[in-house]
Design a protein around this ligand. Structure first.
Ligand SMILES: [Zn+2]
Length: 383
């Protein structure tokens, strides 16, 4: 991975030092402050910096800062940098020291609390982070950030109702950007209710979810699930077919479910119509088997193979169907005519392929081979 830490640290430390010294110089030049020698720790820090002992340099600068109140902003910037670089214990120590200082302005104090709350969150000290975010809610400047911080904690703890409640504390004008999030939290609650067979509760949550976002796919998916669990198969099919027709991603999500519902309902006519319609080949192994079994049940084995070959011609191959055909060819279940037709079609598809190489670091697809992945910064990662 490309890491810019090796040049960033000295640069930050140097900027920090220049800031401190510059401030000091101004104070002395114009007699603004008490006369004071430049702290020995600055020079120690500078020395370490020149010897490229960046860690020690930063420690010295932090010590130097403890006797100087003009550099709180630099202190905060440094702490934030520590956290982003994963040195959270250092960031925590720095922010705790800062908060303990009695002469901070209110704004500086809140800023330090906000930083410390993020340190705690990052290391998973959620109850401490929660306490600090709670305290921050009273600050007008940090109110929105505190609400989002609390929401992130509740989300991590899967306390969905609390997450919803806290997002409702956002200013009315800010609320629209959280509708989708709230809608998904209601879906989480509905999911749990369905699992507990608490259908009334599930229904109520899904209604609330739909109130937040009108056409959330997940809400529709769960409405189908709720109907299915209640034995209302036709209703479940209606919801899922609505999703099925909306996008190919959603189609894969409900491919197996729709087939199962028709079977549970004993609706062979509906199933036949569904299989003959635009339903595409399921890509998940389990769904593929349900689809294949239904094809055999409805059309018989030989016609099922013909049906699959026709579908492959228009849709191409995914893992499960390729493995099925491989097996069928080996077992001599596919005619020579079909095989040559299939081969022609597959060659035709491969001819105009857009993807030849995939980065093993991040999954980035390209047509040409590169030594370096622009997306994730990995070298020699294309296979
Ligand atoms: Zn990559």
């Amino acid at each position: 991975m490309f890491d810019n830490a090796h040049w960033a640290w000295p640069a930050v430390a140097l900027a920090f030092l220049l800031g401190v010294l510059g401030m000091r110089w101004l104070y002395q030049r114009f007699g603004l402050g008490k006369k004071q020698a430049v702290n020995a720790d600055y020079f120690k820090g500078l020395n370490f910096l020149l010897n490229e002992e960046t860690d020690k340099a930063i420690e010295s600068f932090i010590k130097a800062l403890e006797v100087d109140n003009d550099t709180v902003e630099l202190h905060l910037a440094l702490g934030g940098l520590f956290r982003r670089k994963g040195q959270v214990d250092r960031a925590t120590r720095l922010h705790q020291n800062l908060i303990a200082r009695p002469n901070l302005t209110e704004r500086q104090r809140f800023e330090a609390i906000y930083e410390l709350a993020q340190d705690y969150y990052k290391v998973g000290w959620l109850d401490r982070a929660e306490g600090l975010f709670d305290e921050l809610k009273s600050s007008e400047t940090f109110h929105a950030a505190a609400v989002n911080g609390l929401c992130a904690i509740y989300q991590q703890e899967k306390e969905w109702q609390q997450a919803i409640d806290i997002l409702n504390e956002h200013k009315r004008s800010d609320r629209p950007q959280y509708l989708k999030q709230v809608s998904h939290y209601y879906c989480e609650l509905a999911d749990i209710a369905i699992e507990n067979l608490d259908f009334d509760m599930a229904h109520a949550y899904l209604k609330k979810s739909a109130n937040e976002v009108n056409n959330n796919s997940r809400t529709v998916l769960l409405k189908g699930e709720l109907a299915y669990q209640q034995g209302k198969y036709q209703q479940a099919i209606d919801y899922w077919q609505q999703l099925h027709n909306s996008s190919s991603g959603a189609q894969q999500l409900v491919a197996g479910k729709i087939i199962k519902s028709f079977q549970e309902a004993g609706d062979l006519e509906g199933l036949t119509k569904h299989l003959n319609s635009t339903a595409s080949i399921p890509k998940r192994g389990q769904d593929f088997r349900a689809w294949y079994d239904a094809l055999v049940h409805v059309f018989g084995e030989a016609d099922a193979e013909t049906h699959i070959l026709k579908r492959v011609e228009s849709e191409g191959l995914s893992g499960p169907v390729a493995s099925h055909l491989h097996h069928a060819v080996n077992a001599d279940m596919v005619s020579q005519l079909s095989m040559s037709g299939l081969l022609k079609e597959l060659l035709n598809r491969a001819k105009s392929r857009k993807i030849e190489y995939t980065c093993s670091g991040c999954g980035f697809d390209t047509k040409s081979l590169y030594w370096y992945c622009q997306n994730c910064g990995e070298w020699e990662s294309f296979r």
